[in-house]
Design a protein around this ligand. Structure first.
Ligand code: AMP
Ligand code: MG
Length: 378
């Protein structure tokens, strides 16, 4: 791929932010690619109405072209230019959650190029809750297609540094503005059929969606897509959300995730760690651990009591994911820590995954793909 001269805009170190965002917005309109922060993860934007701009996005990411993009808007007038057959309950959901981390799928209008929607007759739309993203789209004046700003298959980027790592010299602009708030991609809900279906879990949960439907007196509840379709290549079922069939979010290291009690999981981690370390051939092998602070209180004495094994920094890289009672911090850190374990040269990453809390469904969904199914309940 030919190298592109990427223009860096670091908003934490910029005297005229407004002017810088305006320049990038105008460039978007004319067909450039611009990576930018949102509240979920960083996105790689292109003019959703211009096929040549969308081609550049697929090329920069190395993304399969049947994997559709989410189109980002800054106001409701943009929605009406790209989507149709929008039901009243959809407006109630949008009013309740936008701007915010939830994407809705509608029948698309003819003006939206096929390449933007991966050849589908539907379009996925979101209004992001981030001042930079909203301003950028406003300056562009057109809807902006923006998948996550990472190389296809890799963990999504939650900081400007991650975007630089993956896309430097592959895109026209990178706007960097610190860490993203949520850390996981948006919830995706299909509203193009008879009933609302969650295609991808995220920070907005089924319970939150159903609460709005009840409040507005609709006799409708949202359902989850059949997860079985997700990984089963043998079935003739076509996944409703095309992105589901690809390996995703995966670091170089092999990921193993576990749910269950802290005591059981830490006992297992102790065995795995000691086996690895005692096996001389693997003495340089490094293991990444993503565990809760409560877990570390259990594991630390378990591994330090082995007096003839020194658990030097070269063997373990420990990421503490906050308290076991909250899943938000885990979600915030997940992609960051998967990337960090790679940077530290870990061969394997052992994870205690949360199975309760608002973000747990979304986390398990991402981990299932990052771990290629190695999510084990013990
Ligand atoms: P990303 O932009 O990388 O967060 O991925 C966007 C994901 O949104 C895709 O992989 C699909 O799973 C989903 N998506 C986008 N557009 C559609 C659509 N028209 N119908 C169903 N799912 C969609
Ligand atoms: Mg993505």
């Amino acid at each position: 791929m030919t190298k592109i001269k990427t223009k860096m805009i670091d908003l934490n170190n910029n005297n005229d932010k407004e002017e810088a965002i305006k320049e990038a917005g105008k460039a978007l309109l004319l067909g450039d690619t611009v990576a930018f922060p949102t509240e979920t993860v960083y996105g790689l934007g292109g003019n959703a109405m211009m096929a040549s701009a969308i081609e550049k996005i697929y090329k920069a990411k190395g993304r399969p072209s049947d994997n559709p993009l989410i189109v980002h808007i800054s106001d409701f007038s943009m929605l009406e230019s790209i989507a149709e057959s929008i039901l009243p309950y959809a407006y109630d959901l949008m009013r309740a959650f936008w701007p915010g981390p939830i994407t809705f799928v509608f029948k698309k209008k003819a003006g939206v190029p096929d390449i933007t929607t991966g050849g589908l007759d539907t379009v996925a739309v979101r209004m992001p809750d981030h001042p930079v993203a909203l301003k950028l789209i406003k300056y562009a004046g057109v809807p902006i297609a923006a998948p996550s700003a990472n190389l296809s298959g890799k963990p999504s980027p939650t900081s400007g540094a991650h975007v630089v790592e993956d896309l430097m010299h592959k895109v026209d602009y990178i706007i960097s503005d610190g860490d993203t708030k949520v850390g996981l991609e948006s919830t995706v809900v299909d509203l193009s059929g008879d009933l609302p279906i969650v295609l991808r879990p995220g920070a907005i949960t089924d319970e939150m969606i159903n609460a709005i439907l009840v409040e507005n007196k609709y006799d409708i509840i949202v359902r989850q897509t059949d997860d079985a379709v997700d990984n089963d290549e043998e079935t003739e079922n076509i996944p409703r959300s095309p992105g589901m069939k690809y390996k995703h979010y995966a670091p170089e290291a092999e990921v193993w995730a576990y749910t269950g009690s802290s005591n059981d999981i830490m006992a297992l981690f102790r065995e795995i760690i000691l086996n690895k370390i005692e096996n001389k051939e693997n003495s340089s092998c490094k293991i990444g651990l993503m565990i809760f602070t409560e877990d570390w209180e259990i594991l630390n004495p378990l591994i330090s009591e082995i007096n003839n094994v020194s658990l030097a920094d070269d063997n373990l890289f420990i990421c503490l994911e906050g308290s076991i009672n909250t899943s938000e911090f885990f979600a915030h850190q997940l992609f960051h820590d998967l990337r960090e374990c790679d940077r530290q040269g870990c061969e394997q990453i052992l994870i205690h995954a949360p199975h309760t809390g608002d973000m747990s469904r979304a986390i398990l969904n991402r981990l299932n793909k990052a771990a290629e199914g190695r999510v084990i309940r013990i």
